[in-house]
Write a protein that binds this ligand. Structure first.
Ligand SMILES: [Mg+2]
Length: 141
């Protein structure tokens, strides 16, 4: 299993509930060994670019990105990553409450690697993490 390679995950999520349940599910999975949480799109880009106060941030192997974010929306974060020759190589799993076709199409246009609709039931975050694990296995197969 190559899952140990996935050592650095950046989770971009403004909702404290969603972040809490997702963090718990990730920590129980094999994916959560180094999990970094930021709360808005501006922090996400600062982390990825190692702008202050994230000068010492590691390069994530995977970004889990909520679309509906304060300051800079998720789609703009994706677009900025895609425009950056280095950041565009980091796989992004887009997480959203909407299953709106437009969001989905735009996300894939900006090279999102996968698109997962948030569960209605917070308990179901285990399923979300399982899908991310499967996605990661495919990517590294
Ligand atoms: Mg949100």
């Amino acid at each position: 299993m190559p899952l140990h390679l996935l050592s650095q995950i950046l989770l971009v999520e403004d909702s404290p509930d969603d972040a809490f349940f997702l963090q718990n599910a990730l920590e129980e999975s094999r994916l959560g060994n180094h999990l970094h949480l930021v709360r808005d799109g501006a922090q996400a880009l600062a982390f990825l670019r190692r702008d202050p106060p994230f000068e010492l941030a590691p390069r994530p192997n995977l970004v889990i990105l909520d679309l509906n974010l304060p300051k800079i929306p998720g789609l703009e974060v994706l677009k900025a990553m895609q425009a950056d020759g280095d950041l565009r190589r980091i796989p992004v799993v887009v997480l959203t409450t909407s299953s709106a076709e437009e969001d989905l199409l735009t996300s894939f246009q900006y090279q999102a690697a996968a698109f997962i609709t948030k569960p209605r039931d917070l308990d179901d975050y285990e399923n979300v993490v399982h899908r991310i694990e499967l996605f990661w296995l495919q990517l590294t197969a």
